[in-house]
Design a protein. Structure first.
Length: 145
């Protein structure tokens, strides 16, 4: 029996909407990363970018469990001495909740050019409205636990 390998030209991409309202941020991000990678398809091939487009709505209503709102920090460094910048998760969820979702999804994708191409198909919105009606996206049939 031979193994099926997806060809790059044969990839069929669809658009899916995930609603993050009342759902844990990490669970939503892991499902989005799985869809972006293409792991939900029967034709998944690890070395081919065969995933779908994902629109995440209601990022401002995503939930951080436990004490993460007070204890979690998003850190970045400019590269210069004393250039460490950090933002508390509570402030990030108030100001830029879609950025918090993008950071979570990016961390769950491969850290190579394949993951860099996959993250470009993610669109996150803080509210319920999005700008991709022309693509006829459909709601993800499963449920985020």
């Amino acid at each position: 029996m031979s193994t099926y390998l997806e060809k790059t030209a044969a990839v069929q991409r669809k658009w899916y909407i995930l609603d993050a309202a009342g759902k844990p941020l990490g669970r939503t991000a892991s499902l989005a990363a799985s869809i972006l990678r293409g792991k939900t398809k029967p034709t998944f091939t690890p070395n081919i970018d065969c995933g779908d487009h994902v629109i995440i709505i209601n990022c401002k209503d995503a939930v951080l469990t436990g004490k993460k709102l007070e204890q979690k920090y998003y850190r970045r460094h400019s590269g210069y001495i004393g250039g460490l910048k950090e933002v508390q998760a509570k402030k990030m969820m108030e100001l830029k909740p879609e950025l918090a979702m993008q950071i979570a999804v990016k961390g769950m994708l491969p850290h190579n050019t394949l993951g860099a191409n996959e993250i470009t198909r993610l669109r996150a919105f803080s509210g319920a409205e999005h700008t991709h009606q022309a693509q006829n996206p459909e709601m993800w049939p499963g449920e985020i636990k």
